[in-house]
Design a binder for this molecule. Structure first.
Ligand code: GGG
Length: 350
């Protein structure tokens, strides 16, 4: 029997509500496929920040580096500055474990109310660079409290970092029927890092002659996401652009609540991490109405990563089935179901 030890970080807000549903569904499919999961629950969160002074213990990463994967809910709460909660928890995990690929599927499911006319066929992947770029600690504040006060933030784009995310995105595009890659840029305004990004895209494209490459400035690209999302196949972007696009993509499919993500360490020398795209949603936290599908689908991506593609696909098919039943939709999809009702329905539909 395949056995896996998973570090579970429910985190904050609705992360604590959707995580039990993710575990319920993964455990249910695991039982069918003869897989055993041991879930090690960690209290790393803003609550811990208040009680113990930090989001996670100092030696926290050492404690989980031998786990097979990390299953995370959501991070952030209004009582802790967002840059503190992110830089003390999510970003150290992504960086120390070299999870440099953030893979985020965007799909319109039957049954989910879509704001776009004609319900276009939407089924593409966003590949977000996850370790460098605009998410950089290089910079500082000068002359605080004076009229000359300034904040400086450096972007970091390395050839190694850019090439490895482009290679991942091109490999993915090459494996898909449409073989189409779109690069997000802004080289007209950001005159050092973005022309460099574009140059590396051009160089990488030469190694993938079958893949059709195009590129758009991020501003018009967001417009195309809204006006014509079915044109996309694989979209690759820097850390910030990928983050923005991967909220916008699911939003045009009706709800960000269903969107999953995988923070992947492709070399597999450290655990990868699986988390919904959404955050802790303080506005609905505690009400039991959060959509658990982003968490559950992230569990399917975890199974896929661990080598159980079939088990992951069974979960996705159960999600497809349940979404066609209006009485099982949570409020973000226009229904009245609770987090638990939807999670249980997916487990029953496996
Ligand atoms: N489940 C994802 C989550 O909690 N995200 C919080 C957030 O602000 N993430 C920013 C990022 O992914 O860079």
């Amino acid at each position: 029997m395949a056995k896996y030890r998973i570090a579970v970080i429910p985190g904050d807000g609705i992360g604590k509500e959707v995580m039990p549903e993710g575990i319920r569904v993964v455990d249910a499919v695991a039982a069918r496929f003869g897989i055993e999961f041991t879930w090690d629950h960690l209290d790393w969160s803003c609550d811990r920040y208040h009680s113990a002074g930090s989001m996670m213990p100092k030696d926290g990463l050492d404690g989980i580096k031998g786990h097979d994967a990390i299953y995370l809910g959501a991070v952030g709460w209004p009582t802790v500055p967002d840059h503190v909660s992110l830089w003390e928890l999510l970003i150290p995990i992504r960086r120390n474990f070299q999870q440099y690929v953030n893979l985020r599927p965007v799909r319109l499911f039957e049954g989910v109310p879509c704001p776009l006319a004609g319900r276009p066929d939407i089924d593409f992947w966003i590949v977000r660079e996850n370790n460098e770029g605009e998410y950089s600690e290089i910079g500082g504040r000068l002359y605080p409290g004076t009229d000359n006060e300034m904040a400086i933030q450096e972007n970091v784009f390395t050839r190694r970092g850019v090439d490895r995310i482009l290679r991942y995105a091109y490999d993915l595009a090459q494996s898909r029927p449409k073989k189409h890659l779109t690069s997000a840029t802004k080289s007209n305004g950001i005159i050092h890092t973005m022309p460099f990004w574009d140059e590396r895209v051009k160089a990488m494209s030469e190694a993938y002659p079958e893949v059709r490459t195009d590129q758009y400035h991020i501003d018009i690209l967001t417009a195309h996401f809204v006006r014509n999302p079915s044109r996309f196949d694989v979209v690759v972007g820097s850390n910030l652009f990928g983050d923005i696009l991967s909220d916008l993509g699911p939003a045009v499919t009706g709800t960000i609540g269903i969107a999953p993500s995988a923070n992947i360490n492709p070399e597999r020398d450290f655990p990868s991490m699986f988390e919904p795209v959404h955050g802790s949603a303080p506005d609905i936290a505690g009400k039991g109405i959060a959509n658990p599908i982003g968490q559950i689908w992230s569990g399917a991506m975890m199974l896929d990563h661990l080598g159980h593609k079939d088990a992951g696909q069974v979960i996705v098919r159960a999600i497809e089935k349940v979404l066609t039943q209006p009485e099982l939709l949570t409020p973000d999809m226009g229904g009245n179901a609770t987090t638990e009702q939807l999670g249980k329905a997916i487990a029953d539909a496996l």
